[in-house]
Design a protein. Structure first.
Length: 77
């Protein structure tokens, strides 16, 4: 039995598409460049901190596998 042919999602849309931002009350008020720079000044530092923590946890996991799983089994061959 052949699989039914699926129509694209756009075929099921009956009215014009509106995003959540089409109403002014759903859009944030504009801010100045100085305010934006102040809000974003710690952004890269936080991203680097999270990335460093993820890499550190990955490295600790690799060390745990190496010392607790691979070394106790001995050499291969």
């Amino acid at each position: 039995m052949p699989a039914p042919v699926e129509e694209p999602i756009s075929a099921h849309i009956e009215g014009p598409h509106r995003s959540a931002a089409h109403l002014p009350e759903h859009v944030a008020a504009p801010i100045g460049a100085a305010t934006a720079a102040e809000a974003l000044k710690d952004g890269p530092r936080g991203a680097l901190l999270i990335a460093a923590m993820a890499v550190g946890l990955l490295f600790i996991g690799w060390l745990a596998f190496y010392f607790l799983l691979f070394l106790p089994r001995g050499s291969v061959g």
